[in-house]
Ligand binder design. Structure first.
Ligand code: EPZ
Length: 421
């Protein structure tokens, strides 16, 4: 296993190029199996989760040519729509094969994704949605088994205790594209990644309206063709670098970023003291004159503050004098980073779904352990501003969703390197 070694105290300056969105790439690559024709997806980030998904496509029998950010999928060779535990357990996101495999083959057998460090990952809403399309769904020895002669259009409300479901909406929308008749998905997820998936499906010939709104309408078609598509930028990667620039009082231009993809975070970062200016598809992030201000953040479904930037914002608030409150409404247990940040001298206490952060002037470098993808990013950000040396172990968590993090940070002036543990 590798670790990252960071010497804190450097301002970040320069330009960072944002890659394609991991959380759009995964369902879009899964959607290619809806057709018998080949598709080409570009701007796909070279991260571990994408390599896992490509492995799954090959396991299913598809021919895949994966070169850098370009993935060509020829799904003709797929015959057995079965996804075993050993593949699904490494990545919860592989549940997004359920809808497309069921729609294309009339049956699908996908291992039930376990929970993970950020909390349970239930799929009751996914199952509710495909049942609404006429599928017979059973749970058999840890597998979700779905069958349907031919899916038929239906109406389903996808709201749960924590709002809508991103991959649940993706699964139902993908399945509905080949169902007979019309489907209405109410309380659908509005995330830009779901919109990007919908736009890819429309290029394949799907009939979809209401993308980006809580009501998505799909009119089923007989078959879908292959398509070419370029994935939207990764707003979570972009947000991570925008926070990093502000935290280090730097001056970073984030290329391939639109402020409207992160309006809630932009609002809070501005309130804290960031100065963000948008120009030709890039965002320049500096710190306004005067002291940084503590802010209160609550994570909510899009367009609310994204839960995937909660840990990174918490790392920032650790070095802003004053009291900040961070409430997690999507994954109430997503606070594993608190103990590690406190090892670096942060002053955070957990009160139910809220973390109370008492900002310090300085953090001190320490050996810390990465746990989940975004918590790991938070520890790197803390290391950038901490006094002395921080070592972040179990870096494979970061590799799942950040392409070339060390290289990009070094280009911005950070003292960071990757070493064997
Ligand atoms: C997607 O996960 C993202 N992953 C997550 O990003 C992200 O945190 C999450 O959406 C929320 O924005 C991918 O897109 C691959 P949900 P997803 O279904 O779709 C509950 C990252 O770091 N729920 O929107 O699995 C669930 O427990 C990852 O890149 C049900 O109750 O998330 C959670 O509390 C982490 N029943 C909430 O809804 C269900 O059937 C949102 O989950 C499904 C979900």
């Amino acid at each position: 296993m590798d670790k990252l070694v960071i010497e804190g105290g450097r301002r970040l300056e320069g330009v960072v190029e944002i890659g394609g969105a991991k959380n759009a790439s995964l369902p879009i690559l899964a959607a290619t199996v809806l057709s018998r024709d080949a598709s080409v997806i570009r701007n796909v980030p070279q991260v571990a989760d994408v390599f896992t998904l490509v492995r799954i496509l090959k396991f299913l029998g598809a021919k895949v040519r994966h070169e850098k950010d370009r993935v060509e999928v020829d799904p003709r060779g797929i015959s057995e729509p079965v996804l075993p535990y050993k593949l699904v357990s490494t990545m919860r996101g592989s549940i997004c094969f359920l809808g497309p495999l069921l729609a294309r083959f009339g049956r699908a057998r996908v291992s039930f994704p376990g929970g993970c460090i950020i909390g349970p990952r239930p799929i009751d809403l996914h199952i509710k949605g495909i049942r609404a399309l006429g599928a017979d769904v059973t749970l058999d020895h840890g597998y979700v088994v779905a069958e349907a002669e031919r899916l038929r259009g239906g109406r389903v409300y996808l709201g749960g205790a924590f709002g809508s479901t991103v991959l649940g909406t993706a699964n139902v929308m993908m399945a509905a594209t080949l169902a007979k008749g019309k489907t209405l998905i109410e309380n659908a997820a509005c995330e830009p990644e779901v919109v990007d998936l919908g736009n890819f499906l429309k290029k394949m010939g799907a009939r979809i309206e209401g993308l980006g709104s809580p009501s998505i309408r799909v009119e089923g078609v007989k078959r879908l063709g292959g398509a070419h598509h370029s994935v939207i930028p990764d707003r979570i990667e972009a947000g991570t670098y925008m926070i990093a620039s502000t935290m280090t009082s730097g001056d970073v231009t984030v290329k391939n970023m639109r402020l409207d993809l992160l309006s809630a975070m932009v609002d809070k970062l501005g309130e804290a003291g960031a100065l963000m200016t948008e120009k030709n598809g890039s965002v320049r992030v500096r710190r306004r004159r005067g002291p940084l201000k503590p802010v209160s953040v609550t994570t909510l479904p899009y367009p609310g503050f994204p839960t995937d930037l909660q840990a990174q914002m918490m790392a920032f608030m650790c070095v802003v004098p004053g009291i900040s409150v961070i409430t997690e409404k999507i994954y109430p247990e997503r606070f594993i980073h608190i103990s590690e940040l406190n090892r670096m001298g942060a002053g955070i206490i957990l009160e139910g779904p809220s973390a109370i952060v008492s900002g310090r002037k300085k953090l001190s470098g320490a050996p810390v352990m990465a746990s989940d993808l975004r918590a790991s990013a938070a520890l790197v950000l803390a290391g950038l501003v901490a006094e002395g040396r921080t070592e972040v172990s179990r870096v494979y968590h970061l590799d799942r969703g950040y392409e070339n993090l060390v290289g990009k940070l070094r280009n911005l002036g950070a003292r960071i390197k990757r070493e064997k543990e």
